[in-house]
Design a protein around this ligand. Sequence first.
Ligand SMILES: Cc1ncc(COP(=O)(O)O)c(C=O)c1O
Length: 447
Amino acid sequence: MGHNDSEQLNLNPYWMPFSHNRYYKQDAAHRVHRMLARAEGSYYWTTENHKLYDALSGLWCCGLGHRHPRLVEAVKQQLDVLDYGTAFQMGTPGVFKLAERIAEAAPAGFEHVFFCNSGSEAVDTALKMALAYHRARGEAHRTRFIGREKGYHGVGFGGISVGGMVANRKMFAAGMLPGVDHLPHTHNLKEMAFSRGEPQWGSHLADELERLVALHDASTIAAVIVEPMQGSAGVIVPPQGYLKRLRELCTKHGILLIFDEVITGFGRMGQPFAAQYFDVTPDLITFAKGVNNGLVPMGGVIATKSIYDTFMTGPDHMVEFFHGYTYSGHALAVAAAHAALDVIAEEQIYPRVNALSKTLEEAVHGLKGEANVIDIRNCQLAAAVELAPMEGKPGLRAIRVFEEALKRGVLFRFTGDIIAMGPTFVSTPEEIGHMAEVLRESIRAAG
Ligand SMILES: Cc1ncc(COP(=O)(O)O)c(C=O)c1O
């Protein structure tokens, strides 16, 4: 399909998600290299047959590379056997086995998995679990959630309420969950610009939880939810000791700690979960994206034995948790997830990510000193370069860089004036190096 073919499309009916619809649709020049046709491994090809290195693994979800043959084959085979199997009061061997494998990959004590279809649903599920857990324990007064400024927990009303993205919050202010408060974010360029890995400064920001406890009283707080490493806000890396401190305070006050591992789960940290990488164990873990390489929508929550057991009371013919989705544990998603877990083991993805992370760190920090680069940060196989905003036009410099990079064959993700990178786990060191050089050229060209 050539560029002209895509010009025959009626672009209007499709309301693009999280996109500048008018900019994209109004001018063909704005769409150059922005109509995807196919993908393989770490690359996309556009409808003009322009090859693009995928610097964000889809949207952080295709770490094993696009159309991995093992995953494609698993889904094809599943289609020949069972398409959709109703999830309520019924099960499939595959979904039970997958829960067992995911629980095995999680830190000790995590023994139960609830499936849904996205990160947003995973977050809403975890929040509901936290409320219902306290209620079952006779502490129904624990109803507050504590999120964090700049946090991203998807787009459900629960997720935007605990999230800290202003643009997501202001438009839907009327629908926010009541009783939510926020920890301060940990993004401070003055103190931590150009840190490699976890910044030394900032663990004291976790102590703000004490202030919130003093304000609201611990007996009203159900859970704290954070992304152990923040992806969507532009790769904000937790300060050294910060997560451990949060854990201590949550334990002290009987508050559940939820790690939203939608980006960090299943590979990006060189460990199954960030909980293991940072050696901090929460009470609930959300996941999505990497669980099956983004092949079929899937998300979920992993719960500790003690949380699950708390629900398992009352008459045993009664539903214990009034929650679930039509597509919870969809057979195609389950098949893809089994194949993804096989590939992670067989292709030694975790050691590979650990090795590749060092290459990424060297490559991105090599951009220090370029004009308008005000911060570079990295955490395992995630990195970001923050740019100085153009006078009076925040966000425009990053769009320019994004467009310059597209011309040069790399698809970056931008958020505000931050360029984020989350390369595929199967990238070569040369590809990582090339990506960084394209970013350098694009920053220079964007002016
Ligand atoms: C930490 C985190 N939570 C939740 C979500 C929402 O996931 P989804 O877009 O699948 O609903 C995301 C998406 O990027 C995320 O990064």
